[in-house]
Design a protein around this ligand. Structure first.
Ligand SMILES: [Zn+2]
Length: 476
């Protein structure tokens, strides 16, 4: 195998990857803040690190993969108050949904999933050390990190402190010496969860210090650094900049992490995902509408550092790719002996800064590779054959001609007058037309219900570049 080369945000260069300790790779990736539903942007980032982890293991490294859970923050506390429940309940609900979505996408669970609230003593110890070394100070509302005490601040994101200073704002209830300073510990407010912290005062940790304390405790207690720190590109500033500022002054040998890896942003229908813009769809809902394996392939088709635009059309194309992969698998299963070489080509693609797009193209370009190589290549990409892949009498997909001749349908008449059985195909076409209309007005909930209705009648539906196609699953 050749050298593995990866882009390092810290040095702004593609570098040859070499672990700090022989054969061991330690990775810390900033995890979810489960105070709200996870979205597709989260999925893209975690899916990339899943492929990176698989590939490092394939190269023979023992990988320790840590991904934290920010189980306390302003939003989970506020939501709990609104709903009359506890922040723990909010976190458990969203995190369980997230874990389920990751499982369906084929993203393996981390080796360690530390919850911030389980690391309060380690967080407090780190804050104590920062105060003692005069990098932090207490005020009436909390304990702050003094950014000016760390001259390298801004190095990771390529910003300078004067510019940042000009744009910084101070909230009315914050009492800090400098607008750039950020909270390590927020003193308790009435009716908020808090932990004792002698001699400073009860309260709760800030987000940034959690990652510094947990990564130190789990991966680098000696302060010599660990191999890879990852997250989405939106975390570079301020979160990762702040982590570095907290961790490195206390280390024997900085940097905190040798390599900083960041996944690119995801746009949803050409816009930044946001609830207020109305183009936010929870991950669980998306996975109901689309085959998780197709979503996975769609992500792999775009380089992990690029901005990616997720559209309904693009998922349709990914469905076709998945069908091609399945077909290739069936052909090779019937004739498993082939000509070696595919795996080496996939490895070469992944060595090139994890070029999953080329790796996938190699898989699709198959010229009768041995079945075991094909399967190995797929497993590196995290795509595992399941029962549906080897169906011998695979039902054919039927295209639907959506023409103007279909009568306009209203909810009430369509629900009452559908006669499954008497005109099965006509009814399928009718439901699909109605679903298309729902999609056109971005009524995903309705579109979802109609897809579910089809499923209940034994009809599987996919969206392709040529329009929707359906087939009987025989489940009915
Ligand atoms: Zn973090």
């Amino acid at each position: 195998m050749g050298d593995l080369k990866l882009y390092n945000t810290r040095t702004r260069a593609v570098e040859r990857f070499e672990p700090m300790l022989p054969n061991v790779v330690r990775i810390y990736v900033c995890g979810l803040t489960p105070s709200a539903e996870a979205h597709l942007g989260h999925a893209r980032s975690f899916l990339f690190f899943d492929v990176l982890r698989r590939y490092l293991e394939h190269r023979g490294y023992a990988v320790t993969y840590v991904q934290n859970v920010t189980d306390i923050d302003d939003r989970s506390i506020a939501t709990a108050r609104d709903e009359g429940t506890t922040y723990r309940e909010i976190v458990q609900r969203h995190y369980a949904a997230f874990k389920d979505a990751m499982r369906r996408l084929g993203v393996r669970a981390p080796d360690v999933e530390p919850y911030a609230t389980a690391y309060i003593p380690q967080i407090q110890e780190m804050i104590r050390e920062l105060i003692e070394s005069e990098h932090a100070y207490a005020t009436q509302d909390g304990i702050y990190y003094a950014v000016k005490t760390f001259p390298r601040y801004g190095a990771l994101s390529g910003r300078n402190t004067e510019e940042l200073e000009a744009g910084a704002r101070v909230e009315v209830d914050e009492h800090k010496r400098d607008p750039l300073d950020f909270a390590l510990w927020k003193f308790a407010k009435p009716a908020e969860p808090s932990w004792e912290f002698e001699p400073y005062g009860a309260g709760r940790p800030g987000w940034h210090i959690e990652c510094s304390a947990m990564s130190r405790d789990l991966l680098d207690p000696q302060g010599l650094g660990f191999d890879i720190h990852g997250g989405g590109a939106d975390l570079i500033f301020p979160h990762h900049e702040n982590e570095i500022a907290q961790s490195e002054p206390l280390m024997a040998h900085p940097p905190m992490a040798n390599l900083w890896a960041h996944g690119g942003l995801l746009l949803f229908e050409s816009r930044k995902m946001s609830k207020s813009l109305g183009n936010f769809e929870p991950l669980t809902a998306l996975l109901e509408r689309h085959d998780p394996q197709a979503i996975r392939l769609l992500f792999l088709q775009t380089g992990y550092r690029k901005v990616m635009n997720f559209t309904e059309e693009s998922i349709g194309a990914a469905n076709s790719v998945l069908e091609r992969v399945k077909k290739a698998y069936r052909v090779l299963k019937a004739a498993p002996e082939g000509t070696a070489g595919l795996l080496a080509r996939v490895e070469a693609a992944l060595d090139d800064d994890m070029n999953t797009s080329v790796a996938l193209a190699e898989v699709l370009r198959y010229e009768s590779p041995p079945l075991h190589e094909f399967e190995r290549a797929l497993s590196l990409l995290g795509v595992a054959p399941n029962d549906s892949w080897s169906q011998e009498n695979e039902p054919k997909w039927t295209s639907v001609q959506l023409t103007d001749s279909l009568p306009p349908i209203t909810d009430s008449i369509s629900m009452v007058t559908r006669h499954w059985g008497s005109d099965f195909e006509g009814t399928v076409a009718e439901v699909i037309a109605e679903r298309n209309a729902a999609k056109a007005r971005k009524d995903w909930k309705k579109a979802d219900e109609l897809r579910q209705e089809l499923r209940e009648h034994g009809v599987e539906l996919i969206d392709t570049p040529e329009g929707p196609k359906w087939r009987k699953t025989g489940a009915r």
